[in-house]
Design a protein. Structure first.
Length: 355
């Protein structure tokens, strides 16, 4: 009999006390089975699936499967149009495929060194063709004097470095430290005190890195930008640091049209660094952060991340006046910020000021 039929018998039939006791036991057993039997099994399965150990094992299995898959394609070069080449694949082979037109420069490719799908021309950006190493040069002797300040500079032309005027103001002994640790004396060849720009030239011949191209356009409000520099180098280290943000305004303090207001975090030591857009063009020189103390004393409010950069147009005036040739930005599409960082980090130098 079904559960419901047994209930009707219990409620309506005339039963002896012994029979009724047996019927009650049967009903309780069936009720438990009906309500909990299947539910307990499903609940146990849910608890098992939700347990941290099962989740950890499942994640490990997924990561292991991904690792095996990565190893399988480690020596392969792929394109989204179906081309593949069994490896090991040399970078020269990839360049030849691009240069011969067999792979268009804008084709999306995957290569182990890139770690992600990227446009074919990025191979040349990240892995430029290796040149024969230059003859070994002697490292210049240590420059005398105690370091009393640092800033950031960047190469705009052979042996020519751009920084802020306030970085070198009031001193006569300064140099730039290159990425390879070599320190080169520099001297100013042109300065603009009003717009806080200084152009320096190395006093010794050096193997200049890639020169940063200058943007010819005014960035729009909301454009993403970043800078490379050496904030608090004595504490944070002498490797360049990247910070990024947005163009908060196309004018500076009190709507000064010479400056951008930016949300890129700046610290002492960032002064003079390039403000770069995602097409790889320098749009400004990071110059100052709004004084929190001054604003607090005036308004009772603490400003957060309000910083400024002088626009590149004012730098071009100085460069033109000295007949210094510079490169113009020519990319029309955005480039991943990590690729730009890798490409430009060799072009950034720490400016050292001595007493």
């Amino acid at each position: 009999m079904s559960f419901n039929e047994l209930v009707r018998v219990r409620d309506n039939a005339v039963l002896s006390s012994d029979v009724r006791k047996v019927l009650e036991k049967v009903l309780k057993a069936k009720e438990a089975d009906r309500l909990f039997g299947k539910g307990l099994e499903e609940r146990a399965k849910e608890l098992f699936e939700a347990s941290p150990l099962v989740k950890e094992l499942r994640q490990f299995a997924q990561e292991e499967a991904q690792r095996v898959e990565d190893e399988k394609r480690e020596n392969w070069f792929y394109t989204l149009d179906g081309q593949s080449q069994e490896g090991p694949v040399s970078l020269n082979m990839i360049r030849n495929l691009i240069q011969s037109g067999k792979i268009h420069k804008n084709t999306l490719v995957w290569y182990p060194g890139l770690g992600e799908w990227s446009k074919a021309y990025s191979v040349e950006l990240l892995f430029p063709k290796q040149k024969a190493p230059p003859p070994t040069k002697e490292t210049p002797p240590s420059i005398p004097g105690k370091i009393v300040g640092t800033g950031t500079g960047w190469f705009v032309a052979p042996g020519v470095v751009v920084t802020n005027y306030h970085v070198i103001e009031s001193v006569r002994n300064f140099s730039v430290a290159l990425r390879n640790g070599v320190e080169i004396p520099v001297q100013p060849i042109s300065i603009d005190r009003v717009n806080d720009i200084a152009i320096l030239r190395a006093t010794k011949e050096i193997e200049s890195p890639k020169y940063l191209p200058l943007s010819s356009k005014t960035e729009k409000q909301g454009a993403r930008v970043f800078t490379l520099g050496f904030p608090h180098a004595d504490v944070l280290g002498q490797k360049s640091k990247l910070t990024d943000g947005l163009v908060s305004s196309i004018t500076g303090l009190e709507d000064d049209h010479r400056f951008y207001q930016i949300s890129v975090p700046l610290q002492a030591g960032n002064s003079g660094g390039p403000l770069i857009n995602l097409r790889g063009g320098v749009v400004g020189i990071v110059t100052a952060k709004l004084s929190a103390v001054t604003i607090y004393n005036a308004t009772g409010d603490l400003p957060e991340n309000v910083n400024y950069a002088v626009k590149t147009a004012y730098l071009k005036i100085l460069l033109d006046s000295e007949d210094i040739q510079y490169e113009e930005e020519n990319e029309k599409e955005s480039i991943p910020i990590e690729m730009l960082s890798e490409l430009y980090s060799k072009s950034i130098a720490m400016v050292l000021v001595r007493n």
